[in-house]
Design a protein around this ligand. Structure first.
Ligand code: SAH
Length: 397
């Protein structure tokens, strides 16, 4: 397909010359040229300065991505193949690590492939498409993977409805069908995953280092409360690290069965590891009345959640969540506070922590912090992609 010339308004020159990869709607001087999702673009400034090449693909974040800054590149199979080869090479340390069989292979713009995410689940490749535009390159990408990797089979998730949400569809693409649950390992811990069951697979791969740290350095002998626990991934690592007990709490009914499944697979004693299906905020009220408290409390809420009783927005309410967590955390204990909300900056998150402790009158110390692991590679000019922020906070008094 012939390249369309897309012009960036001159006033945005600094960002784009510096390598900003996303085509933001408001920066485009001639949006009327964008007619067909997937069309290849040559991106220039209004004064003609060459910026790069990319494709048109509307997603919640913008109208497409710049994939290369080389004038001699074409947006074609060769370019995708080159990017995929480099991306796989960057993960060789994980392919070689037998204790971990699930990780990210392509992290969108971080690997120069904005709009596409590929995760590895023990021989099965899960492709996530974020626009109809990137989806037009499906055949190239799928056949390259089948021919050049160890892929047994490929699954996909389309995330390009107008809202950028998951579109329910048949998720199997090609190769062998996996048997579900598909058992994968992370630092020798087993996870049951499902690549064909809605938007989520059973595990969030970006928390690998946090889970390992919890197991190896913090859990031994401790009582652990895991809030917003989903399938209980943090509880499993805590239990295997020798926690005295874990309590997993999630409002979704499915969480009980999913968490029990994970416990069973890892031979975790159900008597010492409780599962509660409830709203975290209602549970906190009960816990406060009963005088319950824990050595370690894990907070990993979604960016936005609406339950019958309350709306939680991380960008606004995280400080309040922390404030309610501090009283049920033992002195000397640790709150593991995590957010994956790109709209909540590192700095603001730190302010939230400070505020919460100021309001309860307790002292704290940051023991360690985490951001995305290496396989979730980020783009230096795209800070929004660097979304994960995790703090281990010790309550001192
Ligand atoms: N911490 C999890 C991932 C959390 S996903 C992990 O490491 O795997 C977010 C979870 O929060 C979902 O399972 C959702 O059901 C749950 N949730 C949302 N609002 C909630 C609330 N008010 N109380 C309890 N759980 C909630």
């Amino acid at each position: 397909m012939e390249e369309t010339t897309l012009k960036i308004k001159q006033k945005y020159s600094r960002n784009y010359v510096a390598g900003y990869p996303l085509l933001m709607e408001e920066t485009i001087a001639n949006p009327e040229v964008l007619t067909t999702e997937g069309e290849p673009l040559e991106i220039v400034m209004e004064d003609g300065t060459f910026i790069g090449k990319g494709y048109y693909g509307a997603q919640n974040k913008g109208l497409g991505w710049i994939l290369t800054h080389k004038k001699t590149d074409q947006i074609n199979g060769q370019l995708f193949e080159k990017k995929l080869t480099v991306a796989l090479g960057r993960r060789s340390f994980l392919f070689e690590d037998e204790s971990t069989t699930a990780f990210r292979i392509v992290n969108g713009e971080g690997d120069g492939l904005g709009g596409l995410i590929i995760d590895y689940y023990d021989g099965y490749y899960l492709l996530q498409w974020y626009s109809a535009g990137i989806y037009t390159f499906k055949d190239i990408i799928v056949s390259w993977i089948m021919q050049n990797t160890d892929a047994k089979g490929i699954y996909e998730k389309k995330r390009f409805s107008s809202e950028g949400h998951y579109v329910a569809d048949e998720d199997f693409v090609t190769g062998e069908r996996a048997e579900f649950p598909l058992l994968v390992k992370e630092n020798d811990v087993i996870f049951a995953t499902y690549l064909n069951d809605g938007a989520m697979t059973g595990v969030f791969l970006d928390q690998r280092e946090v889970r390992k740290t919890l197991r190896d350095k913090y859990a031994e002998g401790k009582t652990v409360l895991n809030t917003f626990s989903y399938t209980g991934a943090f509880s499993i690592f805590a239990a295997l690290g020798g926690a005295a007990s874990t309590t997993s709490i999630d409002v979704a009914n499915r969480s009980r069965e999913k968490t029990e499944e994970q416990f069973k697979l890892n031979d975790i004693d159900p008597d010492k590891n409780k599962i509660i299906v409830d709203d975290v905020f209602s549970y906190y009220k009960r816990a406060a009345k009963l005088g319950e408290s824990y050595d370690i409390v894990i907070l990993d809420p979604p960016s936005f959640a609406r339950t019958k009783k309350r709306i939680f927005r991380a960008a606004k309410d995280y400080s309040a969540l922390l404030k309610e967590t501090i009283p049920i955390t033992n002195k000397g204990g640790t709150i593991i506070a995590s957010t994956n909300h790109a709209g909540l900056s590192q700095k603001k998150f730190r302010t939230f922590i400070e505020q919460a402790f100021e309001e309860t009158g307790d002292k704290y110390k940051i023991q360690e912090s985490f951001s995305l692991p290496k396989d979730f590679r980020t783009h230096p000019s795209f800070p929004d992609g660097d979304y994960l922020k995790v703090y281990f906070i010790q309550k001192l008094t």
